[in-house]
Design a protein around this ligand. Structure first.
Ligand SMILES: C[S@@+](CC[C@H](N)C(=O)[O-])C[C@H]1O[C@@H](n2cnc3c(N)ncnc32)[C@H](O)[C@@H]1O
Length: 292
């Protein structure tokens, strides 16, 4: 488990989650949309370091409990550490969700940026549904990569010079067909949940639009700049050959792959902490009720 890839991404996870939602929006969802007024037993699939627990528990009625499940032992240890002095009842379980059975004893089954990483998301959704009691709620916060990619504005540069949407669209679709792992799953979840018999399905979009503003206070600007880099925007694509080769392996034509490399290399050079940038991550938040 120590070699498990996600164990090495605690830093990435901790630095990027805040790009997606404003706290007041999460509060609005819990109180005004889902209308949770009595304590709930939550289970978080692919909890990582417990991000959703840190955000939801303070908003939920006293007595609510949180169970986080993840395959990364270091992530689970980090999560236990984060919650060790918190006034909440939490439990963290290490395991491969694909192999695990869950008891039907929860009121709220959640996941955040998890289903896109499994090759059989519909089977995993079935597990999430099966662990809920009658009238339990499922909530999936998942990405819709292509709408995220369409939602950058870097001042001074046409969006079409920065992001090749058509190319990426084909790349993501091919990846999903090949591996079952789908970075656009967020937009599809209402359909999947309906087919699994879930009722009262609703889907919303994340509210946060990040604004990198050279006129803002330096610390604020630096924090956002490094979070955006960590999240992948303007990241250094590294050496040309392995980059191009890996895209070709994913089904891209050589010319397309080379052009993507050049574009990402150019973007990495011009994305500095003195530019204006707006970016909306466009996560999709899908919920529904289980009626037994
Ligand atoms: C992008 S991270 C999201 C973590 C957390 N939900 C968050 O948003 O910060 C994906 C998580 O899913 C977990 N994961 C992926 N496949 C898994 C599996 N089969 N069983 C358990 N955990 C899994 C990884 O260990 C990782 O922590």
């Amino acid at each position: 488990m120590d070699n498990y890839d996600w164990n090495n991404k605690i830093d990435y996870l901790s630095k990027t989650r805040w790009l997606y939602y404003n706290d007041d929006y999460l509060e609005f969802l819990v109180k005004m949309v889902w209308k949770i007024t009595s304590p709930v037993r939550i289970i978080d699939f692919g909890c990582g370091y417990g991000y959703l627990g840190t955000k939801l528990l303070p908003l939920l009625p006293e007595g609510s409990t949180y169970t986080g499940v993840d395959g990364g032992n270091q992530l689970i240890e980090h999560a236990k550490d984060i919650f060790k002095d918190a006034p909440f009842t939490t439990e963290f379980v290490l395991g491969d969700i694909q192999e695990m059975e869950f008891e039907r004893k929860y009121d709220l089954a959640v996941c955040h940026a998890f289903l896109l990483h499994v090759g059989n998301p519909k089977d995993v959704l079935r597990k999430m549904i099966d662990c809920l009691e009658d009238r339990g709620r499922i909530v999936c916060f998942e990405p819709h990569w292509i709408s995220g990619m369409a939602s950058y504005f870097l001042d001074g540069y046409p969006a079409s010079d920065m992001v090749q949407l058509g190319f990426l669209q084909r790349l993501f679709e091919r990846d999903a067909r090949r591996s079952g792992k789908d970075g656009n799953i967020g937009i599809k979840l209402p359909v999947y949940l309906s087919r699994l018999g879930v009722k009262q399905i609703e889907c919303r979009v994340s509210d946060r639009v990040n604004f990198l503003d050279p006129n803002s206070e330096a610390g604020e600007m630096e924090a956002l700049f490094s979070a955006l880099k960590e999240d992948g925007f303007g990241a250094d694509p590294g050496a040309e050959e392995p980059f191009v080769e890996s895209l070709v392996k994913r089904g891209a034509a050589y010319e397309e792959a080379l052009s993507e490399y050049r574009l990402e290399a150019a973007l990495s050079n011009l994305f500095k902490d003195n530019v204006f940038l707006t970016y909306a991550p466009n996560m999709k938040i899908t919920t529904g009720i289980i009626e037994r």
